[in-house]
Design a protein around this ligand. Structure first.
Ligand code: HEC
Length: 164
């Protein structure tokens, strides 16, 4: 009888602990606030110049432009080789005088948001590189953007991320 009571108590305790743990986010929908302090994140790389895979994208056709890449949250991939939901990569463009010209971002959104391309959401950033750019209708330029998808598909084996 005692062991039954003990078992009951153990199950009760386990259920209580598990239900108190924060739920794992199934989807991460980035907002401007998530990007503002990007320059304090982990610096991944600083690159300039064009390459075959860039074809002039990311201002690469301008030799005076530097592209600096930062990562927020879990710079390491999970053991399945994928970045976890909530990972944000920002790539900022600067000119030869270090003036910020703008940038792009990609966020691991999850929840089958962009299933064919690793559930990444792509963003164009404004000229400060710390806010999501808006189009003429005031809508944020974000989503499963076709151009970004197509080119980043080259890096599919690296979870669509070129820079490691
Ligand atoms: C023609 C190819 C091409 C297109 C189009 C393209 N990218 Fe990239 N992107 C690259 C390459 C190559 C890199 C590697 C870093 C570098 O050389 O600048 C990169 C790097 C990045 C990075 C840094 C993480 C990484 O993968 O290295 C982000 C963020 C990014 N791109 C976002 C975007 C977004 C958002 C769009 C669409 C608006 C886009 N890219 C369109 C080729 C492309």
């Amino acid at each position: 009888m005692k062991s039954v009571q003990f078992l009951g108590l153990t199950i009760f305790a386990l259920v209580t602990i598990v239900s108190c743990l924060p739920p794992k986010p199934a989807e991460f929908i980035a907002q401007n606030e998530d990007l503002t302090d990007y320059s304090k994140w982990t610096l991944v790389d600083k690159v300039s110049g064009n390459s075959d895979s860039l074809k002039g994208a990311h201002l690469a056709d301008n030799p005076n432009t530097t592209r600096t890449i930062y990562i927020k949250n879990n710079a390491d991939r999970t053991d399945k080789g994928k970045f976890p939901i909530g990972t944000i990569l920002v790539k900022r463009y600067t000119d030869k005088d270090n003036k910020i010209l703008g940038g792009v971002a990609m966020v691991k959104r999850g929840n089958s948001f962009n299933k064919a391309y690793g559930d990444w959401e792509f963003f164009v950033l404004d000229p400060t590189a710390s806010k999501i750019a808006v189009n003429a209708n005031g809508e944020q330029i974000r989503g499963a953007l076709a151009k970004c998808n197509e080119c980043h598909a080259v890096a599919a084996e690296d979870d669509y991320v070129f820079t490691r």
